[in-house]
Design a protein around this ligand. Structure first.
Ligand SMILES: Nc1ncnc2c1ncn2[C@@H]1O[C@H](COP(=O)(O)OP(=O)(O)OP(=O)(O)O)[C@@H](O)[C@H]1O
Length: 242
C-alpha cells in the first residue's frame, strides 16, 4: 500500500508543490542495511496543512529530510514545483532550499546570544537582503506569531512555547512555499503543543504557506487537513480530515 497519492486531495496537477515518487532511503551501517523508507509516493499540494504520524522508527524524520530537500533518497524522484531535484547542482539545490523551504525543529535551534528579533533576521541576512528590509520583515514575522513585545528578549528568557513561536517566525520570514516541521511539539507540554500547531494552522490560512509536520500526539491531528500514517517505512493511510 505504498502509493496512496490522490486519496485525500484531488487538486489539479498545477497545485502540486512537492511530488515524491517511489522514494526509498537506506542507511548502511557496516554490514547492516536499514530500509527506513521502502517506496513512498506522495503529492503535497499548495496550501495544505499536513501531519505525518506514526510510531518511533517508522521513517518520519527520514521522510521529512527528503521533503525538506536536506537529504537525497537512495532511489526515487523528488520534484519541487515541477523541478526534479536530482538534476540540480549542489549550489542550485541549496539556493532553491533557502528560498522555498522553511524549517522548524524539535529543539527550536535558536541562537542563544541573539535576541528573538535577531534570530528571525538571520535567514534574510544570509540571503543578502538589505538591513532596513531585514528589520521590517523580521518585525512583521514576529508580530505574526504574537511576539512583537518580546523582540529584544533572549531565547533563555522565553518559555518553550515562545521559543517555538520565534522559530516559526524565522521559518516564515523568507516567505517560503513550504514549512517542514519535524516533531515541533516534542519538547512542549500539551497546552503549548496545541497552541503551536494552532498558530501554524492560522499562518497556513493567513499567509497561504503549506505546512507539513510530524507528531506522535494524536490529539494534534484534529487540527490538520490531511494526515498520513507512516509505518515500517510505508504510507499506510492518507486521510482527509475535513
Ligand atoms: N543516520 C542514520 N543511520 C542509520 N540508521 C538510521 C539513520 N537515521 C535513521 N535511521 C534508522 O531508520 C529508521 C527510521 O528512522 P527515522 O528517524 O526516520 O524514524 P522516525 O519515525 O522519525 O523515528 P522517531 O519518531 O523515533 O524519531 C530507524 O530504524 C532508524 O534507526
Amino acid at each position: 500500500m505504498a502509493n496512496l497519492e490522490g486519496t485525500a486531495a484531488s487538486t489539479a496537477n498545477e497545485d502540486v508543490l512537492l511530488s515524491l515518487n517511489d522514494i526509498r532511503r537506506d542507511y548502511v551501517l557496516g554490514e547492516t542495511r536499514v530500509e527506513a523508507l521502502k517506496g513512498v509516493s506522495l503529492r503535497i499540494h499548495r496550501g495544505e496543512f499536513v501531519a505525518i504520524w506514526g510510531p518511533s522508527g517508522s521513517g518520519k524524520s527520514s521522510l521529512m529530510n527528503i521533503l525538506g530537500l536536506v537529504d537525497a533518497p537512495t532511489s526515487g524522484e523528488v520534484s519541487l514545483e515541477g523541478t526534479p531535484i536530482a538534476k540540480l547542482t549542489d549550489n542550485a539545490l541549496s539556493d532553491l532550499r533557502s528560498r522555498k523551504v522553511g524549517f522548524v525543529f524539535q529543539s527550536f535551534n535558536l541562537i542563544p546570544v541573539l535576541s528573538a528579533l535577531e534570530n528571525v533576521m538571520v535567514p534574510l541576512q544570509i540571503q543578502g537582503v538589505g538591513a532596513a528590509e531585514v528589520r521590517e520583515r523580521a518585525s512583521q514575522a514576529l508580530k505574526d506569531v504574537g511576539l512583537e513585545n518580546q523582540a529584544s528578549a533572549r531565547p533563555d528568557k522565553m518559555s518553550g512555547g515562545q521559543r517555538q513561536r520565534v522559530a516559526i517566525a524565522r521559518a516564515l520570514v523568507t516567505s517560503p512555499s513550504i514549512v517542514v516541521a519535524d516533531e515541533p511539539t516534542a519538547n512542549l507540554d500539551s497546552e503549548n503543543s496545541y497552541m503551536v500547531v494552532k498558530l501554524m494552522r492560522e499562518l497556513n490560512r493567513t499567509r497561504r504557506v503549506t505546512f507539513i509536520f510530524t507528531t506522535h500526539d494524536p490529539r494534534l491531528l484534529d487540527l490538520v487537513d490531511r494526515k498520513l500514517l507512516l509505518k515500517d517505512g510505508l504510507l499506510q493511510t492518507d486521510e482527509a480530515v475535513r
